[in-house]
Write a protein that binds this ligand. Structure first.
Ligand SMILES: [Fe+2]
Length: 137
């Protein structure tokens, strides 16, 4: 299962590069479409991490779980961005985009991608190894 979650991270990372490329080329609508297209898969992925990885960690190595719990809580801002912030960004882009807002929108999208990349690294370095270890103990 962890192999599949890692594979999903790799697939998401390919999409991140596409999104950044669109942002750099001022193709904001394309960037938003790409995020929307992966939104459901990211949320499903996050729910699965919480349900399965955190479950085995809490069951087997609870005393080592605090960092992993913190990392899983980062899913809150991921879901918040995908379910709420992205809609606001979309409205701004489609209805009244001005130069200044355009810069702010780009900043927000870039920040989301950067944060999500960091989040994946934390999972790969801390949560996944701990889940593997606890699963075999
Ligand atoms: Fe995650």
């Amino acid at each position: 299962m962890i192999d599949r979650l890692l594979q999903e991270h790799d697939n998401f990372k390919v999409s991140f590069e596409k999104i950044e490329k669109f942002v750099n080329e001022n193709e904001i609508k394309q960037a938003i479409t790409t995020i929307n297209d992966m939104s459901e898969a990211i949320i499903r992925h996050a729910v699965e991490e919480e349900a399965r990885l955190l479950r085995v960690i809490m069951h087997k190595v609870k005393d080592e779980s605090s960092e992993s719990i913190k990392i899983m809580q980062e899913h809150n801002w991921v879901v918040d961005f995908l379910k709420h912030k992205l809609i606001n960004i979309e409205n701004e882009v489609y209805h009244h985009q001005q130069q200044q807002q355009g810069q702010e929108i780009k900043r927000q999208i870039r920040e989301f991608i950067t944060n999500l990349r960091n989040h994946f690294s934390e999972e790969e370095q801390i949560v996944f190894p701990l889940a593997l270890k606890s699963d075999s103990s």
